[in-house]
Design a protein around this ligand. Structure first.
Ligand code: NDP
Length: 327
């Protein structure tokens, strides 16, 4: 039997964790031939609930699930991890300023980066889901100097999937007919879903939708979809976030389909004027287990302004965590 892949999931007892773990154990993260060992990391108050989830995982008798361990210490939780899904984060509570939020998360993601640096497997791949995801990923990455920076990523795949679905609904096309959409920048309200290179059944999307729909409907709907789901469901999105995390890691490991691209927040190499080292969303393809930024796309003035605004927010967040001594 193939050696199991160690997958560490933080915030494992949370609602995204609950939607995620069963799909990982069933083989949807890494493929139907790859056994997995789950390493669930929680804060001490979350351990009991994680034990309950582990009991349910056992009761599924997944043939690919080679073991489950539960931890409340990052040092042991990340030991030997090949894949790490960092879902647990400190949510913004009433009256909390942005600086407080960044500081609280720095206290989580700094030590997690150090633990990954110290004990994860050489091929570790990290996806940060917990918000503010891009900056949390940057904090973890900066605390893991021995791990190649490209192994730290943040999730914008849910924004990408939301954009695909909105464009499909507007044009009456199937999601599968849409290619080459991009989410740029931060996973926040400033993110920029870009359809200027997208095609719908081979036709340029920009010829099928008008600018006013893009500006007043599409972009705000994609950016504010999370709030709309909370309003409707009475709880934040969980299954769709878990689904996007699965898509991200699955593509990273197995490659994106030939020709097409997707979106992920990865460490910038300076492409498209995004300062080097920021973790920002780009159009990306995965090949041979690595993300590559799609190069050479023309960026019109409308897109330039939107990308610059989101990147400016990332620069501010980076400067704030630097100012707090978190990186
Ligand atoms: P969820 O599982 O619903 O969410 C977890 C994180 O994912 C939050 O930061 C949330 O951000 C973020 N997120 C990113 N994208 C989305 C999206 N599209 N929709 C919803 N959330 C998104 O949170 P729970 O409170 O249910 O569970 C969190 C768990 O994490 C708890 O069990 C807690 O004990 C644990 N935890 C673990 C830590 C650790 O391992 N060190 C540290 C802190 C908490 P947002 O808040 O902006 O919605």
């Amino acid at each position: 039997m193939t050696t199991p892949v160690n997958v560490t999931v933080t915030g494992a007892a949370g609602q995204i964790g609950y939607a995620l773990l069963f799909r990982i154990a069933s083989g949807q993260l890494l493929g139907a031939d790859t056994p997995v060992k789950l390493r669930l990391l929680e804060i001490p108050q979350g351990v009991k609930a994680a034990e309950g989830t582990a009991m349910e995982l056992e009761d599924c008798a997944f043939p690919l699930l080679a073991g489950i361990d539960i931890f409340d210490d990052p040092k042991t939780g990340f030991e030997g991890a090949n894949v790490a899904l960092l879902v647990g984060a400190r949510p913004r509570t009433k009256g909390m300023e942005r600086g407080d939020l960044l500081e609280a998360n720095g206290g989580i993601f700094g030590p997690q980066g150090e633990a990954i640096n110290a004990g994860a497997a050489d091929d570790i791949r990290v996806l940060v889901v917990g918000n503010p995801a891009n900056t949390n990923a940057l904090i973890a990455q900066q605390h893991a100097p021995d791990v190649p920076a490209e192994r730290f990523t943040a999730m914008t795949r849910l924004d990408h999937n939301r954009a695909l679905s909105q464009l499909a609904a507007k044009t009456g096309a199937a999601v599968a007919d849409i290619a080459d959409l991009t989410i740029w920048g931060n996973h926040s309200a400033t993110q920029y879903p870009d359809v200027f290179h997208a095609t719908v059944a081979g036709k340029p999307a920009s010829e099928l939708v008008d600018r006013s729909w893009l500006e007043s409907d599409f972009i705000p709907t994609v950016a504010k979809r999370g709030a709309a789901i909370i309003e409707a469901r009475g709880a934040s999105s969980a299954a769709s976030a878990a689904n996007a995390a699965i898509d991200h890691v699955h593509d990273w490991v197995n490659g994106t389909a030939d020709g097409s691209w997707t979106s992920a927040a990865i460490v910038s190499d300076g492409s498209y004027g995004v300062p080097e080292g920021l973790i920002s969303s780009f159009p990306v393809r995965a090949k041979g287990g690595r993300w590559e930024i799609v190069q050479g796309l023309e960026v019109n003035d409308f897109s330039r302004a939107k990308i610059d605004a989101s990147v400016a927010e990332l620069v501010e967040e980076r400067d704030a965590v630097k100012g707090l001594g978190l990186i």
